[in-house]
Design a protein around this ligand. Sequence first.
Ligand code: ZN
Ligand code: MN
Length: 474
Amino acid sequence: MRYEMVVGLETHVELNTKSKIFCSCGGHSAAREPNDCVCPACCGMPGMLPVVNKRVVELAVTAGLMLNCEISRYTTFDKKNYYYPDLPCSYQITQLNHPICTNGCVTLKTPSGERGIHIKQIHMEEDAGKLVHVGKASYIDFNRTSVPLIEIVTQPDFRSAEEVLVYLNKLKSMFRSGGISECEEGAMRCDVNISVRPEGSAELGVRTEIKNMASFESIERAIRYEVQRHIDAIEFETEELVQETRRFDDASGKTFAMRDKETAADYRYFPDANLMPIVIDDEWLEKIRAEMPAAIDEKADAYREAGISEKEIDMLIHNHNASELLDGVAAFGCDAKNAAGWILTDCAGILRKNGKLLGDLEIGAEELAAIMKMVDEGKVNRMSGRKILSAVIETGVDPVAYCKEHGLDAKVDTSEIERVMDVVFSENGKAVEDYKNGKVKAKQALFGACMRALKNTADTALIRELLDDKLSKC
Ligand code: ZN
Ligand code: MN
């Protein structure tokens, strides 16, 4: 018999905010030492009151708009009660009754065609702390406590592990380019709900949930393992399937039972009376929508239209910093395709040389546009342009001032160039002779000698023209 998997995903994404969700502590990415981003509020001291971080609401709404959700105009927080040492209040503030976004959908382009995945809801919640085990001792680090998360819950619409990966990569690209989350490893964690049924059956099989996986690779391996375990259990009665929560062990590649499946009732959810309901009115929603970066597909289409290659589009979509710079440079009137080359090849190369990545790029759109214009207008040649770029990236100097100071302006004074050429010709008599005797390559040697004599600053097209002219007269 053939089986099909039925998979739903709950994805926790850490939001890119300056502070935590209910207090003013910096996010845990700001932390240097354990427990240095903590305060009485996020440590659950008696009597402290939570205050909602407005930015969290805005980023959650932005995520909802990107995933075509309905945005709740009235949204509330609930307490989810459970005891665990990394949870100082013994409850997590989350959303059960009125989540901020519902009923969304996302279209995936998979190798086997387009697939629509329904989004059940997106809710806001706080992260828990971290337990650190060293030898026989256990420590608690509260830096991550109350770091803002959104949890994106899909309907059980996935039918293959490939679809899950396409979905996760799409979320990652969207959230990065939208400034919602950097989605680095650990900032995106998934719970996967899995069941298996005979192909064509409308009934759902017994469902298990694999908790808290942080790498896409683990998620894929876990799904493949768990699906096979279900099929074996049904087909060969190797074991009895029960509804339960499991964990995936990376080393063995297997899943293990953690606990019986809990239901909402186990958590004694109740509304958090310390937090007022949030009302999102038309004005606020419109403001968030207006500030929303172009959705990823639209953005890719615009880049395609500008003639940027698919490989470059892929790099831009995955790099918020780079695409933002490109859009900025284009706004200064520079050609987008040309800018893509400057950013993805030249800037990336200079950064690589300094052991950095594109995400570390700090040049302003105005500076890069100024350099591109100097080159386009023939004021400096491409090589000097790169030299200026390198200085701007490495030391933050002003491009125009640097160009002047280092005499990088392209020499356009033809009489001076001709004088230099005379000297080059007299010093390279052999090359001139060779060229006249039909050795075309000798021209390149003369060109190189002229460029060196002009300290590589001359307009290359002009040199080639004058050189051809001079050789034709020899
Ligand atoms: Zn705090
Ligand atoms: Mn959650």
